[in-house]
Design a protein around this ligand. Structure first.
Ligand code: SF4
Length: 60
């Protein structure tokens, strides 16, 4: 995978309701302004390995 996974389509993503850090990931316990997968890439040097498509997101 060359691009960071789309957290918005991932079942581990959540909205924190913290306006400063609105995007959260339950796997990595991240809250940030940007997509959690970008934070994971920057801090680990690797793409997030934990993407799982949310059942709430339509295929495609
Ligand atoms: S597991 Fe990975 S893809 Fe899913 S929300 Fe967290 S950082 Fe994003």
């Amino acid at each position: 995978m060359t691009r960071a996974p789309d957290c918005l389509k991932c079942r581990h993503f959540f909205v924190t309701w913290d306006t400063r850090y609105p995007r959260g990931c339950r796997v990595f316990e991240i809250k940030s302004r940007e997509l959690p997968s970008h934070v994971v890439l920057r801090s680990t040097g690797r793409q997030c390995p934990s993407f799982e498509r949310s059942p709430k997101v339509d295929a495609g």
